[in-house]
Design a protein around this ligand. Structure first.
Ligand code: PLP
Length: 389
C-alpha cells in the first residue's frame, strides 16, 4: 500500500473530486508540474536553446530513466510524443513483404488497426478464449512463415484484461515473427521488464498511468533486431549527413526521434518516471490492483450493475454498465458528484466490443493515490444511478 504522502504530492487531489481516470490522462505529481512549468519559465527568460543546454544532462537522463523502468539499456529507448507515434515508428520500420501478414488480438486499439487498414497490410485476428484472454493455442495454429508481426495489446483501452506476453513472444519467435507490445495502458500500473518479456518493440505514453505530461511517449526496440528496422522518417538527429551523398543512421534510439521536441514535457516525463521508480513499480502495481479489485467487487455486488472486465488476470481498469442507463449518462451523472470517470465506446476497440455485443462501457481507473473512502463514494454514487442504493 502507498502512503498519505503520495496524495499530498498531487495538487489535483483537493478533497472534492474523486479522480478515476488514470487510463485517460492522470493527475501528475507536483514534481512533474514544477519541472514542466519551471522549464517553460526558463525558456522565456533565456531562450529555448540555452534553456535546453542547461538541462542537457537531465534530458539525456530521461532515456536512462525510461530504460530503468523497462529493465533495458538506454540506447534501446526513443522518446516520442505519444504511444501511437511510437507504435507507428516501429510498424513502418518493419519490412513486411508481399504475401506476409500481421496478427492482432481481439482487443486491438483503433489507432493501430486503422494503420494496418490504411497501409493495406493484411491482418488476421487471434481469437480470445472463453474467458476473454488471448488464446495461445489458437495463436500457435495461426503462426506460420508468413506472419511478419504480432501486434499485442497488453492491456486494452476498454477493460481490465491483461494479455499474456512472454508466452506470445516464445510462440512468435519460434516461427520468426516479431512481437510489438502496446504497453500504453500497462506502463506505469504494471511492472514491465522488456528484457525478460523478450518483446521486439514496446510502446508507451506519458500522460496515463505514468502520470507524466500530455504529448509524451516512448518506444523500446530490442537491440538484436535494431538493424532489421528501417525508420520511415529520419532527420539530422537520427542520422548523420557525412558527405554529399551519404548518411550514417544512428544505431541507438535516436534514429526514431526528430530533433525538435517539447523539452519541458520531455523533462516532465523524466520526472514522472523517476517518481514512479522511487515509489517502486512493484508497490505501485500491488496498490493499483488492490484499488481496482475493491472497486470491481463492490460494483459487482450492486443490483443493476454489470462489471464488464474479461480475463483471468485483471488490472487497474474497471469497466461496467448500468441497466437502462447509457454509459455516457452514467459518466455525466457521476461527474455531477465530482466523480471523474470516462466511457469506452465501440469505435475504440471494434473487434472486442462487437464480439461481446457491447456499444459502450463506463470506465473507472483508480491509481494508487485513490483512497478507500473515495472508492466507496464512487460505489455509492453508482448505486444511486442504478437505483440500488
Ligand atoms: C491500448 C491503447 N493503445 C494505444 C493508445 C494510444 O495512446 P496515445 O494516445 O498516447 O497515442 C491508447 C490510448 O488510449 C490505448 O488505450
Amino acid at each position: 500500500m502507498l502512503d498519505e504522502h503520495v496524495r499530498r504530492h498531487t495538487p489535483g487531489i483537493d478533497g472534492r473530486q474523486v479522480f478515476l481516470d488514470s487510463a485517460g490522462s492522470s493527475l501528475p505529481p507536483q514534481v512533474v508540474l514544477d519541472t514542466v512549468t519551471g522549464h517553460l519559465h526558463r525558456e522565456a527568460e533565456i531562450g529555448g536553446y540555452r534553456a535546453a543546454a542547461e538541462r542537457a544532462e537531465d534530458l539525456d537522463r530521461v532515456r536512462t530513466s525510461v530504460a530503468r523502468l523497462l529493465n533495458a539499456a538506454p540506447g534501446t529507448i526513443s522518446l516520442t510524443d505519444s504511444a501511437t507515434r511510437s507504435w507507428l515508428d516501429f510498424v513502418t520500420a518493419v519490412d513486411i513483404r508481399p504475401g506476409q501478414r500481421v496478427l492482432v488480438t481481439e482487443v486491438e486499439y483503433h489507432s493501430n488497426a486503422v494503420q494496418f487498414l490504411h497501409r493495406g497490410i493484411p491482418f488476421d485476428v487471434i481469437p480470445s478464449d472463453a474467458g476473454g484472454t488471448l488464446d495461445l493455442a489458437a495463436l500457435d495454429r495461426m503462426l506460420d512463415g508468413d506472419v511478419a508481426l504480432v501486434s499485442l495489446v497488453h492491456v486494452p483501452t476498454n477493460s481490465g484484461l491483461i494479455n499474456p506476453v512472454r508466452e506470445v513472444v516464445e510462440l512468435a519467435h519460434a516461427r520468426g515473427a516479431l512481437v510489438l507490445l502496446d504497453a500504453c495502458q500497462s506502463a506505469g500500473q504494471l511492472v514491465l521488464d522488456a528484457t525478460e518479456l523478450g518483446v521486439d518493440g514496446l510502446t508507451g505514453t506519458g500522460r496515463k498511468w505514468l502520470r507524466g505530461p500530455r504529448g509524451t511517449g516512448f518506444l523500446y526496440v530490442r537491440p538484436d533486431i535494431a538493424d532489421r528496422l528501417h525508420p520511415a522518417t529520419v532527420d539530422g538527429h537520427g542520422a548523420e549527413w557525412i558527405s554529399e551523398r551519404e548518411l550514417r543512421l544512428h544505431q541507438d534510439g535516436r534514429r526514431f526521434e526528430l530533433w525538435e521536441c517539447d523539452v519541458a514535457t520531455r523533462l516532465g516525463l523524466g520526472a514522472a518516471v523517476d517518481y514512479l521508480l522511487e515509489l517502486g513499480p512493484h508497490r505501485v502495481e500491488d496498490t493499483v490492483r488492490e484499488r481496482a479489485q475493491r472497486l470491481r467487487s463492490a460494483l459487482d455486488g450492486l443490483g443493476g450493475v454489470t462489471v464488464r472486465d474479461p480475463g483471468r488476470d485483471r488490472c487497474g481498469i474497471v469497466t461496467f454498465t448500468v441497466d437502462g442507463v447509457a454509459a455516457h449518462d452514467v459518466r455525466t451523472e457521476l461527474s455531477r458528484h465530482d466523480i471523474i470517470v470516462t466511457t469506452s465506446t465501440r469505435r475504440s476497440a471494434v473487434i472486442d466490443m462487437d464480439r461481446r455485443g457491447i456499444d459502450a462501457v463506463t470506465r473507472a481507473s483508480p491509481h494508487y493515490f485513490v483512497c478507500d473512502a473515495e472508492i466507496d463514494r464512487a460505489v455509492a454514487a453508482v448505486a444511486e444511478i442504478a437505483g440500488s442504493a
